[in-house]
Design a protein around this ligand. Structure first.
Ligand SMILES: NC(=O)c1ccc[n+]([C@@H]2O[C@H](COP(=O)([O-])OP(=O)(O)OC[C@H]3O[C@@H](n4cnc5c(N)ncnc54)[C@H](OP(=O)(O)O)[C@@H]3O)[C@@H](O)[C@H]2O)c1
Length: 330
């Protein structure tokens, strides 16, 4: 397979920016589909990257935008369902797990077959499984199964869809929401009541995830495979938050909540206005440790970056000493 043109859905998001950037540097020509150009403005300025506003839930639009492409990368996903959508844009109303994590991959697989695209990379999540405890993980599991089965169902004379899926633990990097959220909370709150403090995570650097995607594109050994992606070290949530406290200089008292209080906190926070920090579905997701059974797949030739080496660089802005640093021109 000689892939040159790649269409990326969700290419303007946190992980997408890094993948699109790496694709560009590797010489691929990239088309990013987005609900609104504003969401993809960071990648729009890159050479060989075309940003197109599209209703990705419309099969006809998918067919049109996939035409002439050699591969498709689907990064579209959300941690929480959007309860209120913008009614002026029909595609923005598609905010539930079923539509985004299950029906969209199904439409993408069909559109690949209709437009002759033979390669599909799909972003799932660690622990994604049709029998998982949360709606997020169940829907991700069902979507991933559709993609992996696609190679079997969508093949015939002269056509076969070669799919690869990726299942990362929590991803860290300058624009992440997880580590940055805790840094923000620690800055604000003198005491932090922490839900599910003993759940384990194995954070993986966004650049390492991006390298795995780009390395797999043309590698036929990855066809039909699914890869768990984790960083070099596992931490309990409490250890992670303490580490963020140490990195930012906000060493707060952390009170680990019991399962019952964790659920209650999630239920209360679910109903607070604004961006969701925690929902009951997130609580259910955290019933399973987000850690890998094996090491990072060697096939991608990634030298893993540690959280301790990367995060201080982007958490510096939370530091109480940042004012002095800025004044000193650092
Ligand atoms: N970040 C992590 O720690 C992590 C861990 C495991 C798995 N993942 C998975 O990795 C993928 C990328 O995550 P990310 O952190 O980069 O997320 P992100 O920054 O929120 O980006 C996701 C992209 O998906 C699109 N999208 C989200 N909700 C949508 C909706 N309702 N309708 C249409 N498009 C929608 C958006 O594209 P536009 O706004 O441009 O249309 C957005 O840029 C997701 O599938 C996520 O589940 C992430």
């Amino acid at each position: 397979m000689n892939i040159k043109k790649v269409c990326v859905l969700g290419g303007g998001g946190f992980v997408g920016i890094h993948i699109v950037n790496k694709l560009g540097m590797a010489g691929y020509s990239v088309r990013v589909l987005t609900r609104t150009r504003e969401h993809a403005k960071t990648v729009a300025v890159l050479p060989d990257v075309e940003v197109v506003e599209a209703n990705i839930f419309d099969p006809a639009e998918l067919n049109r935008h996939f035409a002439g492409m050699d591969a498709v990368i689907n990064l579209v996903g959300m941690l929480n369902e959007e309860k209120t959508g913008r009614i002026d844009k029909p595609m923005a109303r598609r905010g539930d797990f079923h539509e985004v994590h299950i029906e969209l991959p199904r439409k993408i697989v069909h559109a690949c077959a209709a437009s002759g695209v033979k390669r599909l990379l799909h972003m799932s999540a660690l622990n994604a499984d049709p029998n998982a405890p949360s709606g997020y993980l169940r829907s991700k599991g069902l979507g991933e199964a559709i993609v992996l089965e696609a190679g079997l169902r969508h093949s015939g004379p002269g056509y076969r869809l070669e799919a690869t899926t990726f299942r990362p633990s929590v991803i860290f990097g300058r624009e992440d929401s997880f580590i940055n959220m805790f840094a923000g909370l620690l800055k604000l709150a003198p005491v932090l009541p922490l839900a599910s403090p003993d759940t384990k995570f194995q954070p993986v650097f966004v650049e390492d995830v991006a390298q795995a995607f780009v390395a797999s594109l043309n590698n036929s050994d990855t066809f039909g495979q699914s890869y768990d992606l984790c960083g070099p070290k596992a931490y309990t949530l409490r250890e992670l938050v303490e580490l963020v406290g140490a990195m930012t200089g906000y060493k707060r008292k952390i009170i680990g909540l019991s399962p019952r209080l964790s659920y209650l906190q999630a239920w209360v926070m679910e109903w607070l206005p604004g961006k969701k920090i925690m929902t009951r579905d997130n609580y259910y997701t955290m019933q399973v440790d987000s850690v890998c059974k094996g090491e990072f797949p060697r096939i991608f030739d990634v030298k893993l970056s540690a959280l301790e080496a990367v995060a201080p660089g982007y958490l510096a802005e939370f530091s109480p000493y940042q004012g002095y640093r800025s004044a000193a021109g650092r």
